[in-house]
Design a protein around this ligand. Structure first.
Ligand code: BTN
Length: 252
């Protein structure tokens, strides 16, 4: 079903702005923060023309095929590292609720199904001098993007491919925002970190992260990855990508 303001109005209780086509929902959300958007406000688009991924990468959001949402949050500055975590566990909940098997979080916040990426998360913090004005939690989910002819066909997948049935994007957004609200309310509780950590799919496995080859040992409370290098030293990786060396996954 096509997304529309009216359909979303009937589904959502939080303030939102819907656009058929935008540059990037994260960019609109950042502007809305400066206008005084309330905690929990959401920007939703059917299509993004300049969707942004991590590290300046392009994120594809063709019309009628994906979720592109940016949630405005105003957490205490000490909780910033947890925004990634609540985003990832919320998307995981959504995907698991649909009945997909072998769901995992690829550190730090990609959601994979059967080892292929189904969702990505981009967090933008908005500072004014030393004051945190707000955080944008941007979430993209592939719902029915056809990757079969794309260079991403080995690494990306869409929800409908794995669910095997047509999915209603407005309902997916409702469930996702409901899961986010659940986790955001518990942002300072231990189970946010514990749940995120338990769903990471590479802990204990050989990986390469930011040029460090070794075994993914654990994660820190701030969300860094600890990789045991060939000398047996634990090296901390704060940001970047991790690649499984063997192609194995585990449901840690
Ligand atoms: C990544 O895996 O590189 C992160 C992708 C994040 C994409 C989402 S889609 C909604 C929001 N708007 C953007 O421009 N990016 C995020």
């Amino acid at each position: 079903m096509t997304l529309s303001e009216g359909i979303l109005q009937r589904k959502l209780s939080q303030p939102f702005r819907y656009f058929p086509s935008v540059t990037s929902t994260n960019d609109l959300a950042k502007s809305w923060i400066m206008e005084g958007a309330p905690d929990g406000a959401v920007v939703i688009a059917d299509e993004q023309l300049c969707g942004r991924g991590r590290f300046g990468r392009v994120w594809r959001t063709p019309p009628d095929a994906a979720l592109a949402i940016s949630v405005i949050l105003r957490p205490p500055a000490a909780m910033i590292a947890r925004i990634n975590m609540i985003g990832a566990v919320s998307v995981y909940d959504l995907v698991a609720q649909i009945g997909c098997d072998a769901v995992g979080i690829k550190w730090p916040n990609d959601i994979q199904v059967q080892g292929k990426k189904i969702s990505g998360i981009l967090v933008d913090n908005v500072w004014m001098q030393d004051n945190l004005r707000g955080v944008v939690l941007g979430i993209g989910v592939n719902v029915r993007i056809d990757f079969s002819q794309s260079e991403l066909r080995e690494t990306a997948v869409s929800l409908e491919d794995v669910a095997g049935v047509p999915l209603d994007r407005a309902e997916l957004i409702r469930v996702l925002l409901e899961r986010l609200e659940f986790w955001y309310q518990r942002i300072d509780a231990d189970d946010v970190f514990d749940t995120w950590r338990s769903r990471l799919n590479m802990l204990g496995h050989p990986v390469v992260a930011e040029g460090i080859a070794g075994r993914a040992l654990d994660v820190t409370a701030e969300g860094s990855l600890l990789v045991e290098d060939h000398l047996g030293e634990a090296r901390e990786v704060t940001a970047g990508d991790v690649t499984a060396v063997t192609g194995q996954r585990s449901e840690a």
